[in-house]
Design a protein around this ligand. Structure first.
Ligand SMILES: [Zn+2]
Length: 85
């Protein structure tokens, strides 16, 4: 009887630690992503990118800064095409 109580306690402790570790991992995963800046701090830009692998083109109209790093497509960074105004 005493033995099963001890095992029950150990199980609870294990559950508790798993929960704590899970929460910590969740927190560290979410904290690696910085929160997006408020809309007022976003820059209106107008640049086009083309994927050198498949030819997809896209236009970026908003970015946190004036000269954002190029997006990725087909696992490669897209080429900047001349800004359109
Ligand atoms: Zn592509």
């Amino acid at each position: 009887m005493l033995g099963s109580i001890i095992w029950f306690g150990l199980g609870l402790a294990l559950l508790y630690f798993t929960w704590k570790i899970g929460l910590g991992m969740l927190r560290s995963m979410t904290s690696t992503l910085p929160p997006p800046p408020p809309a007022g701090e976003m820059r209106r830009i107008n640049v086009r990118y083309r994927c050198s692998s498949c030819g997809t083109e896209l236009r970026m109209t908003m970015a946190p800064d004036q000269d954002p790093p190029p997006p990725k497509h087909c696992l490669e960074e897209m080429d900047l095409i001349a800004p359109v105004d």
